[in-house]
Design a protein around this ligand. Sequence first.
Ligand code: GDP
Length: 252
Amino acid sequence: MNKQFVVVLGPAGSGKTTLTASFGKWVEENQGFEVGYVNLDPGAEDLPYEPDFDVRSIVRVRDVMREYGLGPNGAFIRSADLMVERLNDVIGGVASVEADYVIVDTPGQMELFVFRDSGPGIISRLRGLGFPMAVVVFDPSLARRPVDVAALKLMTTVVQLRLEVDSIPVLNKADLPGSEDIAKVLEDPEALMEALRSEKGVAADLAQSIMAVLGEYRQATRLVRVSALTGEGMEELYDVLHEVYCTCGDLT
Ligand code: GDP
């Protein structure tokens, strides 16, 4: 079996770390796999899971602040670049995780991983170790209007473009009010178009044009709605990842 890497990405506060812990536990308990946990967030403080490899053993934001005399923002950027400079050590650490199902938690600020070199560099090296897939997590507070929903779809596509991996959009915090309505619009491209058409303004027009183009190119990956807190939707997330893996990743 080809090793699977589930790389959890998303805006700060969307629930990446909580989902890493709860989805991993669900897979262990319900699929009988041994699950490996990797933390790639050099700024993490307390983690709700026990990492088998922790990038903080190589780069830690707190130490970078002190060593280079930087403030928090500068230290996060420097840390992301240090992860690239020490890529062999980082990949060596990830490779030492023995499990076949590995969940990879990424920096709180997703732009550090997606737009600097660290994310693309790490993902391309993971391909040498197994099959990486991205889970792009967002939460209902980021999708209040139809144009926000369009922006989230675009964000998932940007991740796919930058990292060149299949990316599965996941709406977390399903336990919060409003999540079901957002999921409906996210799942159904026609419903989203209709909602955008009923909005006035340049942003809604632009979003319609972008969604029309994305509709032509994006493979139909269905949205998964989960709650990292209550455990709702974990089986569906597992199934969608398994489908992607079976279609593209199980080369053995
Ligand atoms: P990260 O920055 O993306 O890693 O987000 P965290 O995992 O640290 O979560 C940010 C906040 O969202 C924390 O207060 C979590 O308890 C909360 N959170 C995470 N998942 C859920 C969820 O499914 N439902 C609710 N209501 N809160 C959640």
